[in-house]
Design a protein around this ligand. Structure first.
Ligand SMILES: [Zn+2]
Length: 342
């Protein structure tokens, strides 16, 4: 897989390719940005490009010996460190002293890396890589154990710290890395990628609208669950403003648990964005919820832009309350009272 397969991350990718061409790779990169936008893929691709025998200084051919070994995870000079539990699932973790694998990257893993792997010479590669994915899974002791290596790395070695919550890393770790920012992917790009994978344009647009810029998240959305949630929006769109009994029934029905309530709210936000776009006169733009075009047009005409924004704010407050452990049914009820009696 060449760098041209990475979409929407030109700044980070261009910076790395320029460093590859000049032979000036930094000793430690922090690949930071949202989940599911290609950070881990870029880190592995960088290791391939730096060791590729395909003849291009700034890309990977994907077919030569080193490229294939790195892809299969068996290149001796490309070490991937993941949380113990992830490595256990992949059969790459041996039980130590009878304890169960941790969900962290623990200090033993970093010591093993620093004292053993990195103290040896390179075996066969031109440039050694250590990919910590996700780096924020390192607990504090593990991060501290890595500091000296970040300060004085062995020659021809690059550490790639992959993180979707870089703020969770110690400042001393962050400051020793060159930060490469990865952006959320634009909705249109997500739609294109999902359609290329065989989704219908309508389903792709809905999944893309809910995915907050993450292709990983868009791909993980379950289509049946989405269809059920769409019914919730349809119901909400038809709720009568003067029938409190109907709101209570809706809240009970859609807030069986916290997750269900949260998902309903997220989809309501997507729908209210559609309503706002229509109310502002944006007739041309495609709707995220294309199947609800009629309900959306009716709501846009009835509510207007100011009310659409106000209802969106009520949904955001409900989401915040759900994050802070509010009872799900109550959170939805309050949201609806805000809609109809705000
Ligand atoms: Zn290659």
């Amino acid at each position: 897989m060449p760098f041209s397969e990475i979409h929407g991350q030109d700044r980070a990718v261009d910076a790395l390719r320029a460093a590859l061409r000049r032979g000036t790779l930094h000793h430690a990169y922090l690949l930071a940005g949202p989940e599911g936008v290609g950070k881990g893929t870029v880190a592995r691709l960088l290791a391939q490009a730096a060791n590729c025998e395909g003849g291009r200084p700034d890309d990977a051919c994907g077919a030569c010996g080193p490229c294939r070994k790195i892809e299969r995870g068996v290149h001796p000079d490309v070490v991937v460190v993941e949380p113990e539990r992830v490595m256990a699932r992949a059969g790459r973790w041996e039980p130590k002293g009878g304890r169960t694998p941790s969900r962290d990257i623990v200090v033993d893993q970093i010591r093993e890396l620093v004292d053993r792997r990195l103290s040896l010479r390179r075996y066969e590669g031109r440039h050694r890589f250590v990919i910590l994915d996700p780096a924020d899974a390192m607990n504090v002791q593990a991060q501290n154990a890595l500091l000296k290596t970040l300060e004085e790395p062995p020659p021809d070695t690059t550490l790639a710290l992959v993180s979707s919550s870089a703020d969770a890393l110690l400042p001393t770790v962050r400051s020793r890395c060159l930060r490469l920012g990865f952006a959320p992917l634009p909705v249109e790009l997500l739609v294109e990628r999902l359609v290329a994978q065989g989704r219908s344009p309508e389903k792709a647009r809905l999944a893309a609208s809910l995915a907050a810029g993450s292709l990983g998240r868009a791909l993980a959305l379950d289509e049946d669950a989405l269809a059920e949630r769409r019914e919730a929006v349809e119901q909400a769109a038809r709720l009568p403003p003067d029938d409190a009994g109907a709101w209570v029934a809706f809240a009970r029905d859609r807030a069986r648990d916290r997750e269900a309530a949260r998902e309903t709210c997220e989809l309501l936000l997507v729908w209210l964005r559609d309503v706002l776009a229509r109310a502002m006169g944006g007739d041309g733009a495609p709707l995220a919820l294309g199947e609800l075009a009629q309900e959306t047009a009716a709501a846009a005409a009835a509510l207007g832009p100011v009310e659409a924004v106000r209802r969106g704010d009520a949904v955001r407050r409900a989401l915040a309350a759900l994050r802070h452990n509010a009872a799900p049914v109550l959170a939805l009820e309050r949201m609806l009272i805000g809609w109809f009696h705000g």
